[in-house]
Write a protein that binds this ligand. Structure first.
Ligand SMILES: [Zn+2]
Length: 170
């Protein structure tokens, strides 16, 4: 999917986000469209906006840009897009890959989003002990994820899957 450039309120470029995320930022009135694709619009029942190429935040944010974002449960869910690392379904909980009782910590590389059922099934075991396989390896959040966290976006701040965003040509 095409990326949209995000400028801080001061016009300083911060990051790129997916078009879908850019539309959410505009819808939530976190950002305004600075530049858009001529003739392309995102349309849905309550929505009709130009497809943004560049958006600018309404309020200045201090983004931990080069530093690592500090770990949080919400951050793990945002990073993993609320998808369970074991089955791919919707996740509402955070699983410690190596359980805390086995010395696993609250770190980006030791935690994944998980659905309640898989988290319960895995319980106090490692994936190998539980006979479960990670579909994705945990990773440090990207600058785009850090930006979304700094803006306080998270649960519910995603576009519905049915809302199609037109594919723009370069
Ligand atoms: Zn699951």
């Amino acid at each position: 999917m095409r990326e949209t450039l995000v400028l801080n309120a001061s016009f300083e470029p911060l990051s790129t986000v997916s078009l879908r995320r850019a539309v959410v930022l505009v819808m939530r009135e976190k950002a305004v469209v600075e530049q858009s694709h001529p003739g392309l619009r995102v349309r849905a029942a309550q929505l009709d906006i130009p497809v943004p190429q560049v958006i600018r935040l309404r309020r200045f944010v201090r983004v931990p840009f080069r530093q690592r974002a500090s770990w949080s449960r919400r951050g793990v869910l945002v990073r993993d897009r609320h998808r369970c690392a074991y089955c791919g379904r919707r996740a509402t909980t955070v699983d410690h890959v190596v359980p805390r009782s086995h010395g696993g910590g609250d770190t980006w590389l030791n935690t994944v989003a998980a659905c309640a059922a898989d988290n319960h099934r895995k319980a106090d075991r490692t994936p190998a002990q539980a006979g479960m396989r990670l579909l994705v390896k945990p990773f440090e959040p990207t600058p785009a994820d850090s930006l979304l966290l700094a803006l306080g976006l998270g649960e519910g701040d995603t576009l519905p899957e049915w809302l199609s965003v037109p594919a723009a040509t370069a």
